[in-house]
Design a protein around this ligand. Structure first.
Ligand code: SAM
Length: 163
């Protein structure tokens, strides 16, 4: 498969998983966490599909489209592993949805980061909350959810936190 096809399929999987998760949390109140603002594409999508939710964003350096920069009081700027601890102290176990889109093309480094993130994210997640991730994660009491129709296994990852 060409790099272009592979990229397109990953983006489709990302969007389909976010849409699935947005529907799945309909009855679950609480904010949304976006880990990795990047250009702001998925942040913008989450804003569009979940207009009533507060979205808290975690990012090392803001370099997003000007229209996709979150308000200052919703932005945890700096190292995500430190800021997740800070956020847990402020928000507690309230997040209905977390989308983790961190990392680079270095798969080994990404695996290390994913292993660090899950235990730091867990204290922020409401019971029954959904985690959508570009990397496989193992969270205490998290169960794997099946991919939405059309998304190939292993392309994007969905978890539900113990209810
Ligand atoms: C793949 S991009 C996110 C793309 C974004 N979701 C979008 O749709 O445009 C990953 C982002 O994670 C951020 N990032 C990576 N490691 C990080 C860390 N340790 N702490 C905070 N942000 C980090 C990078 O700066 C980068 O902007």
């Amino acid at each position: 498969m060409s790099k272009l096809d592979s990229f397109i399929r990953r983006m489709l999987a990302q969007r389909d998983c976010l849409n699935f998760a947005a529907g799945a949390i309909e009855q679950l109140p609480g904010p949304v966490l976006e880990l990795g603002l990047g250009n702001g594409r998925t942040y913008d999508h989450l804003r569009e599909v979940l207009p009533e939710r507060d979205i808290y964003v975690f990012e090392l350096v803001v370099k997003a489209f000007a229209s996709c920069i979150p308000p200052e009081d919703r932005l945890f700027l700096g190292e995500v592993t430190l800021n997740l601890v800070r956020a847990a102290g402020i928000l507690g176990k309230t997040a209905a949805l977390a989308h983790c889109d961190l990392g680079t093309s270095d798969k080994r480094k990404n695996a290390g980061l994913a292993a660090q993130i899950a235990p730091l994210l867990d204290p922020l997640m409401a019971p029954g909350g959904i985690v959508v991730s570009n990397m496989p994660m193992v969270g205490d009491g998290w169960s794997n959810l099946p991919e939405p129709p059309g998304v190939k296994a292993g392309r994007y990852f969905l978890y539900q936190v113990e209810g």
